[in-house]
Design a protein around this ligand. Structure first.
Ligand code: SF4
Length: 524
């Protein structure tokens, strides 16, 4: 039986029936029956292989698995079904490794959906369930925890111990995993291991995945460099995976039947960046990357995880070329996550640093509008984030973000969503206060949240059916659930505002509404 058992919580192991952007629903509250219904329908259980292990696992966990298999052999490492972790733990188990993203519900999306942590998001509930299953009364094995969400234990001292977690691992450690597990198994590791960006592995030290990943994710780069103050990613040294490395990894997903590959990138348009002054994309390298991926046998679609709109404005021809390479079309859009964060030129200058580069930070709102129009014109569907409560944000700044959403809704045939996030003190702003919703929200910030969610519901009504590829009956159920879920979140926001006495500033009539695509929203 295996020495090392790896697991991630249920929210990281469901594929949400392949519904675009449904992963956001992992952050909805568990506290109401209707949210439980939405979650139950959308979050289907992980599919298992003949050995009872999940067919797909989070990309980060696959990296740790690969490093361990290389060191101790395939039969000594298992990935567990999170619903039954206890069944994978045997007398031979030496270490149980938990991979986490948002273990205590302190991530920006969860904080936004749960009224600043008053409610309990699924991410937290499912993590706590997993942590409990990792325990046995007479256990001899150790429990360790790593992954992008480990930072949350810095803000909740004593919680790791109370959950029976023996070691916390911070930072990138793909190349050190075997050594860490060995030391932990032999009782030679301190309770906390912190790896800094100086310790981060070089590309050739990062093991290739051995099994398929959630959402067919394949990493193409790490790090960014645009320098936004609230961002951890920008602190990482930029590294780019070479094409043959990417090809080997995506073949693992293709062999599992995946045809649409998610290219994980902190800013895809910075792949193999050469001009660090202007941040203008290395067009040849980005084009070559997409062409290479689309040329791989079995691949019919691909899309990046993240990218910045500035590149669309500096290089609209590149966006058009990529759409042609991916064969994007009115019924085949390219999703991309992108940060707006604020519509205020002043705040943009203060915290977004080089996000608008090569344009000035003050031009940021204009860049967002132009970039969205260019992306949409080429069948790109951006999922934007806006942040409530960036340090130094005034009501005037917040109203400018509302204005920006207004302007974006005026773009003809616009397609985007905006997820409002509450400020979380990470990156260079680590140590600043968490955004305390009750104390810090005002009418302007409330309107950002409301208007952002209102647009999400509008998109769900217009596009969810078209963009969801599922058998008819499942599709109908999922689309109805998504629409109800979107309205549910909007209703939480609206009731909260009404309770606080905030007025809703209604939007100017958008082009889409003027064209007759109207939807009803709850009255304020
Ligand atoms: S552009 Fe995105 S990834 Fe890059 S530093 Fe800013 S927030 Fe981070």
């Amino acid at each position: 039986m295996a020495r090392y058992v790896l697991a991630a919580d249920y929210t990281l192991m469901t594929d949400y029936r392949g519904v675009p952007l449904a992963t956001f629903f992992s952050c909805i509250p568990t506290d109401h029956w209707y949210s439980r219904l939405v979650y139950r329908i959308l979050a289907d259980p992980p599919k298992l292989d003949a050995q009872g292990q999940p067919i797909r696992a989070p990309y980060g966990l696959r990296k740790i698995e690969a490093a361990l298999v290389k060191a101790v052999g395939r039969d000594q490492v298992v990935v567990a079904d999170p619903g039954h972790l206890e069944r994978y733990i045997t007398e031979d188990t030496e270490v149980v490794g938990l991979h986490t993203m948002d273990p205590l519900g302190l991530g920006p999306v969860s904080m936004s959906f749960t009224m600043g942590g008053h409610l309990t998001p699924y991410t937290k509930a499912k993590f706590l369930e997993l942590a409990q299953k990792a325990q046995r009364p007479d256990r001899k094995y150790k429990v360790i925890l790593g992954g992008p969400g480990t930072w949350q234990f810095d803000y909740r001292q004593g919680v790791a111990e109370s959950l029976g977690i023996d070691h916390l691992i911070y930072g990138e450690c793909d190349n050190k995993a075997a050594d860490i597990f060995e030391r932990v198994a032999h009782g030679d590791a301190p309770p906390v291991l912190r790896y800094t960006n100086r310790d981060a592995p070089r590309v050739e030290e990062i093991p290739k995945i051995l099994g398929p990943t959630m959402h067919a994710m394949n990493e193409v780069m790490r790090g960014c460099g645009r320098g936004c103050e609230f961002c951890e990613v920008t602190l990482r040294r930029p590294r780019y995976m070479p094409l043959d490395y990417i090809g080997d990894e995506l073949a693992v997903n293709v062999r599992a039947g995946e045809t649409s590959i998610q290219l994980h990138s902190d800013d895809i348009f910075l792949y193999k960046l050469e001009n660090w002054k202007t941040f203008e994309p290395n067009e040849d390298a980005v084009r070559e990357l997409f062409q290479y991926v689309m040329d791989q046998p079995g691949v019919t679609h691909c899309y990046p995880t993240h990218g910045t709109v500035s590149a669309a404005v500096t290089n609209p021809g590149l966006i058009a070329d990529l759409s042609r390479i991916i064969r994007a079309a009115p019924d085949k859009w390219i999703g991309i996550q992108s940060g707006i964060e604020t519509g205020s030129p002043r705040l943009s200058k203060a915290v977004l640093n080089r996000k608008a580069a090569p344009f000035t930070a003050e031009e940021w709102p204009e860049i967002v509008v132009q970039g969205t129009e260019i992306l949409n014109r080429n069948y790109w569907f951006p999922a934007f984030t806006v942040i409530l409560g960036l340090p130094g944000e005034t009501p005037e700044d917040a109203w400018m973000t509302v204005d920006l959403i207004d302007r974006m809704e005026q773009i003809p045939n616009n397609h985007f969503i905006t997820a409002p996030l509450t400020f979380v003190p990470v990156g260079a702003l680590r140590g600043e206060e968490f955004y305390n919703l009750d104390e810090m929200i005002d009418e302007a910030r409330f309107n950002i949240a409301y208007r952002a969610w209102r647009h999400v519901v509008l998109e769900m009504d217009q596009d969810l059916w078209r963009l969801t590829k599922l058998p008819l009956a499942v599709r109908a159920m999922v689309v109805a659930t998504g629409r109800i879920g979107g309205r549910y979140i909007l209703d939480i926001v609206r009731r909260y505002g009404s309770h606080r006495g905030f007025r809703i500033r209604e939007p100017a009539t958008s082009v889409r509404q003027a064209e007759g695509h109207t939807v009803s929203f709850p009255a304020a």
